[in-house]
Design a protein around this ligand. Structure first.
Ligand code: PLP
Ligand code: ZN
Length: 412
């Protein structure tokens, strides 16, 4: 890879040649891919970019893949960025955009990391990829691998929502539902990967995944004409996503395509916020219970905490924790004002933004992008529980008129 210099440990600084099978540093630290920005500046121009297909691979020069590695088959990336003026008005901010990443092929932002894992597994000559996941990493890996003709072994905690498990089974993955929490699921996958030598798609072990995820911020910048907002709100579990988002922004800054960097808003659940607690108390992170219905961010032992904490601090970021009720209220708010249906973890960034607006931390002079990271159809059980029941009536117009009157609904 001519665009990559090496991978560097974020803890001790040791560097490694960027082979496809990289995992953690000997010291236990996570590796970070270091680019040759001078080379990239010469190779990539905005004109070249404008002519390319709308997938994450349009940013190839900024991604850690060989020039000869083929694009993965599913259309990952280039999700819509909506101007959400009505919601901006309700929240009291100057400008708000919603990036709906639930519109990826398997319906979450995780497709960006999984497509990268498939590309790197191909470079490594691997036939089987494995991961443990709260759900979306799993379903995205299974889908992207299936499309590329690779097999998968997937470890999920038993609480994974049915929609996600249905995706896994449909994509033909070998699925192991582990009787335990995410931590235990991760441990079993690690042992199995060591035993059979599968390609490892575990976030924070594999440094390429956050490079895939960073394409969400590359897109946001391009969709905004390279003018950045004041804030970028996103939900945080392992921390791989927010670290990737920050990496993408720094890449663009390094090649001179953007001239300011947004402050990150790290949104976590009140019932599980080890990363936000570490920032708020300025202490090393400590494990927490996994006590939230936002299953995709119920991560008590974050695997990418170091990179996430650095990203939040470097960006002069803000941390905010929201209750499950606030999360579900944000799901409804996004649905009614924007027509966007996010899963609970998917709307947690917006829930956090709403809370910060209510507290006056963010207000009428601020511009914000809020990323919806996963689709609401992944977890219909919670949506149905919180959104209430439809009107249940027989085939009888009089009964309908009566019910509409009773509810005081406007019919014109
Ligand atoms: C995985 C996930 C997140 C959080 O990403 P991390 O890298 O674990 O911090 C947020 N939302 C959804 C929908 C996810 O699937
Ligand atoms: Zn190290």
């Amino acid at each position: 890879m001519k665009n990559v210099i090496h991978a560097k440990c974020v803890k001790c600084g040791k560097t490694y040649e960027a082979s496809p099978n990289l995992t953690n540093c000997g010291c236990g630290g996570i590796l970070d891919v270091v680019y040759d920005y001078d080379y990239i500046k010469k190779k990539l121009t905005r004109e070249k970019l404008a002519a390319r297909p709308n997938t994450m691979w349009r940013y190839r020069e900024l991604l850690p893949v060989e020039e000869t590695t083929p694009d993965t088959p599913l259309r990952v990336g280039w999700s819509p960025l909506y101007e959400a003026d009505r919601l901006a008005g309700q929240l009291g901010v100057k400008k708000l955009w919603i990036k709906d990443d639930g519109q990826n092929p398997t319906a979450s932002l995780k497709d960006r990391a999984s497509a990268m894992a498939v590309a790197k597994a191909r470079e490594a000559g691997a036939k089987i990829i494995a991961c443990s996941s709260t759900g979306n990493a799993a379903s995205s890996l299974a889908g992207n691998a299936a499309a590329a003709g690779l097999r998968t072994f997937i470890f999920v905690p038993e609480r994974a929502p049915k929609g996600k498990v249905a995706q896994l089974m449909t994509f033909g993955a070998n699925v192991i539902s582990v009787q335990g929490n995410y931590e235990e699921t991760f441990e079993l996958s690690k042992k199995a990967i060591e035993k059979w030598g599968w390609y490892n798609r575990n976030a924070a072990i594999n440094p390429y995944l956050s490079e895939g995820k960073k394409t969400v911020s590359l897109e946001i910048a391009e969709q905004l004409g390279w003018k950045m907002p004041d804030y970028l709100a996103i939900s945080v579990g392992d921390g791989c996503t927010i670290a990737g988002v920050w990496k993408g922004l720094k890449d663009l800054y390094a090649i001179g395509w953007i001239d300011s960097l947004p402050r990150l808003i790290s949104a976590q659940a009140e019932g599980c916020h080890p990363i936000n607690r570490a920032i708020a108390e300025n202490k090393p992170w400590q494990p927490m219970e996994e006590n939230t219905l936002a299953d995709s961010i119920a991560v008590g032992v974050p695997r990418n905490a170091d990179k996430a904490l650095m990203a939040i601090r470097e960006s002069n970021g803000i941390v905010v924790n929201v209750t499950d009720e606030e999360i579900m209220a944000a799901q409804k708010l996004l649905g009614t004002t924007c027509g966007v249906f996010g899963e609970p973890a998917g709307v947690t960034g917006t829930a956090g933004l709403k809370k910060l607006c209510g507290q006056g931390v963010i207000g009428k002079d601020d511009t914000v992008v809020s990323v919806v990271t996963g689709n609401g159809l992944k977890d219909v059980a919670n949506a149905i529980k919180f959104c209430g029941e439809p009107m249940k009536l027989p085939n009888d117009l009089d009964a309908l008129v009566e019910e509409i009157d009773r509810r005081g609904l406007k019919t014109e």
